[in-house]
Design a protein around this ligand. Structure first.
Ligand code: MRU
Length: 365
């Protein structure tokens, strides 16, 4: 996707052939800066502190974290230590586990001197596969938008999204945004309601940033405005991403997703979730079994922004001394979800629906 007309991926190997270059998302939307990761510890820091975030990009960064670890020391012991370090960074997005398993599987039976090259090759493939997967999610999601556009006879299709499930959360295209980008490319008029997504404001800071650079009409709203807009008929369709989808179709995504799904169901507005196969946890048959990350209370009691003078500052916004809780994700039960948009097509949010698209996983549970 484009920044000021230049195509970027969120992660790539630098010109030196081994440093891993990321967009530092903690600096967005104010400063667009590329940062180099040189060690597995750098990769772990980038994931934990959300310099990179979003389930697919967390997985891609962990894959390169394994490459960086093997470059330092290609022993089995270091591979195990790096896997443990990276696994501990964030608990909810299952792409992390998927990517580390893929990397371990790739190198574990190789001689030490062959491991680094094989690891970088597999990490590159994981990124390329993510790009194609997200592109295909867009191809399948486009049909849903096109159908509503036909019904609206050319009036813009209003789509509500939550958090950032855009290209910044993946390697390119995004999941929830991919159908939107492809609709725009097809000349279908769209307008996106962007939930600001407290406490870290991934909607206001990241989704709005990327939609702006892609010239997609959009409006940032407070998280609390979504129900009102849905009720007033201002939303034709909701599309969100997911950090982990259980095999029964329950979706775990950024905190607040559940409330939007409730409002959509109450008003018969379709609520879709877009996801790559790497986000499905076939070992979990119930979304409520999935661990929910609890983050620092300061994310609730403080806010970071840019002053009129251009300085980036963090300020307190809450009553001093009051405790705060910060669950980062919630569970949207499958019954509230109209459908899942995957790279293989759109299916019901259910085990049957998912197995219809991924029949090879029938024996996995
Ligand atoms: O805490 P974050 O910013 O990593 O949370 C991201 C989300 O909740 C996204 O919606 C999800 O990872 C899907 S990204 C394609």
């Amino acid at each position: 996707m484009k920044i000021d007309g230049t195509h970027f991926r969120t992660i790539r190997v630098d010109d030196d052939g081994w440093t891993v270059a990321i967009i530092d998302q903690a600096e967005l939307p104010h400063v667009f800066v590329i940062k180099g990761l040189k060690t597995a510890a750098d990769a772990a820091y980038a994931i934990s502190n959300m310099l990179v975030r979003g389930a697919p990009l967390i997985g891609a960064t962990a894959a390169y974290g394994i490459c960086l670890a093997l470059r330092e020391d290609a022993s089995d012991e270091n591979l195990a230590a790096a896997s443990e370090l990276l696994m501990a960074t964030r608990p909810t997005a299952v792409n992390l586990r998927w990517a580390i398993d893929e990397m371990t599987h790739t190198v574990r039976n190789l001689a030490r001197e062959k491991r680094v090259i094989a690891a970088y090759a597999r990490a590159g493939e994981i990124c390329d596969e993510d790009v194609e997967t997200c592109r295909m999610i867009g191809v399948h999601g486009l049909g849903l938008i096109a159908r509503i556009a036909r019904r609206k006879k050319g009036a813009p299709v209003n789509i509500l999204t939550h958090c950032n499930a855009g290209w910044l959360a993946t390697v390119d295209w995004g999941t929830a945004t991919s159908p939107i980008y492809q609709a725009q490319a097809e000349g279908i008029p769209v307008h996106v309601w962007v939930d600001e997504t407290r406490p870290r404001n991934q909607g206001a800071a990241l989704t709005a940033f990327e939609l702006g650079h892609e010239d997609i009409p959009h409006t940032i709203i407070t998280d609390n405005a979504g129900g009102h807009l849905i009720q007033r008929g201002e939303v034709d369709l909701c599309i969100t991403g997911t950090d982990r989808t259980a095999a029964n179709g329950d979706v775990v995504n950024k905190i607040g997703t559940y409330l939007k799904a409730l409002a959509a169901a109450d008003n018969e507005v379709p609520f879709y979730v877009a996801l790559p196969h790497t986000t499905i946890d076939w070992s979990s048959m119930d979304g409520f079994d999935i661990p929910i990350e609890e983050r620092a209370p300061e994310e609730v009691t403080q806010m970071t922004g840019r002053t009129g003078e251009g300085d980036i500052v963090t300020i307190d916004i809450a009553a001093p001394g009051s405790p705060a809780a910060n669950p980062a994700f919630d569970v949207t039960p499958a019954r509230l979800i109209t459908g899942l948009i995957t790279e293989r097509g759109v299916c019901a949010a259910s085990l049957e629906g998912l197995l219809g698209l991924y029949p090879e996983r029938a024996d996995d549970r």
